[in-house]
Design a protein around this ligand. Structure first.
Ligand code: SF4
Length: 374
């Protein structure tokens, strides 16, 4: 059985005000060494992986990679692993960091899915978020992507901004839908400590959005996207028929994946490995001919099953208990049957045609449901 391959590219032109991802601005001088380290880590994992079913190059801002580096990176992936013929290959792209020429090279290297971070169709909001691009930059990048031949494009948008009104959110969704991308991912803003927004919140300069308004934004987005032909297949993800993200479904099914790069996580053989986060330390470890692992967690079977149920419930189609029983060769009912019964009686879970899934009410308070499995 194959795995998903994730490559983390933690460089950004500037840090967005809400971002607590493992990404850094002003570290470009380390880029050549980082790329060599990535290639070395790919080589280290060669013995553990036979087939790669999907590739996801994320960040950070992978579209900051120079044209030559994009080609050598994909050469290195293909030299070390057998990439399945129909593998989904995604690369994240930031508007303002990608020319038409670069997008053509990305396509030539076998990338068949792009994920573009737009966040908002409002320039004032983009500025407050600390994004490096405008709406016009996004539209240009999107059109370049189409010209380069990409028909499978995801657009990321964010809601729940402290200053955002329901109308502004509707405008963002309408603007995206108008462009007809194959996939749309919604993110609700979480204000994290240590970010500029976190500090502003602490200082009372911004306030969290009203919870009811945020819930209304989500419900309205679901309605609007469904009405425009998108399948709501995961809590925050919407796709045109046949365009569901295969790579992310590996995570939601709790299947095996390899994560390469600073801070990346791998999950193989019921063990979760997380790499060191800092770029210099990552480079040092890998050049020392070592795995860059900072944490290694061997997961107990009941924990894996709980996490697998929780992750599968993110998928609106749900899952078959029988499939998990076969996969884990254990009686799932004995472990989680009582919890599932309680949640079903509370109207949060339901079984339909043998699939266990969230109800509409369960979907609105999904995090509370998930807590019962972890
Ligand atoms: S571009 Fe993405 S990864 Fe980089 S700082 Fe902004 S949100 Fe974070």
């Amino acid at each position: 059985m194959g795995v998903g391959l994730y490559l983390h590219f933690p460089f950004c032109q500037q840090k967005c005000n809400y971002c607590d991802f493992n990404s850094y601005a002003g570290m470009e001088h380390l880029l050549p060494k980082y790329l060599s380290a990535i290639k070395q880590e790919l080589f280290l994992y060669k013995v553990h992986v036979s087939v790669v079913n999907s590739i996801y190059i994320g960040g950070g801002t992978p579209s900051l990679l120079a044209i030559n580096d994009i080609t050598t990176l994909f050469d290195s992936i293909r030299r070390n692993f057998y990439v399945a013929d129909r593998a989904e290959v995604t690369m994240e792209v930031n508007p303002g960091s990608c020319t038409l020429e670069k997008l053509k090279v990305i396509k030539m290297n076998g990338v068949n899915r792009l994920s573009i971070g737009l966040q908002s169709f409002n320039n004032e909001s983009l500025k407050k978020l600390g994004r490096i691009h405008t709406v016009e930059d996004f539209i240009r990048t999107y059109q370049y992507a189409r010209q380069a031949g990409f028909d499978n494009i995801n657009v990321d948008v964010i809601y729940g901004l402290p200053w955002q009104t329901g109308e502004e959110w509707q405008d963002t969704l309408a603007g995206v839908v108008e462009l007809d991308p194959a996939h749309i991912s919604l993110y609700s803003l979480t204000i994290e400590e240590g970010t500029p927004f976190g500090r502003e919140l602490k200082a009372g300069k911004i306030k969290k959005i009203d919870e009811d308004l945020e819930a209304e934004m989500y419900e309205n987005a679901v309605k609007l996207l469904k009405a425009n032909g998108y399948e709501h297949y995961e809590i925050s993800n919407f796709a045109k028929p046949g365009k569901r993200c295969l790579h992310n479904q590996i995570y939601w099914r709790n299947e095996e994946y390899v994560g390469i790069g600073a801070g990346a996580t791998s999950y193989m053989g019921r063990v979760r490995y997380t790499n060191v986060k800092e770029i210099p330390l990552y480079i040092e470890k890998v050049f020392g001919n070592d795995y860059a692992t900072a944490e290694k967690e061997a997961l107990k079977l009941d924990k894996i099953i709980g996490e697998t149920i929780m992750l599968n419930l993110r998928l609106l189609d749900g899952f078959r208990m029988d499939d998990l029983t076969k996969r884990f060769k254990t009686n799932i009912d004995q472990l989680y049957g009582p919890t599932i019964k309680v949640l079903s009686n509370q109207g949060l879970l339901k079984e339909e045609a043998g699939m266990l899934k969230l109800t509409d009410h369960g979907l609105m308070i999904a995090n509370q449901v998930f807590q019962r499995f972890v």
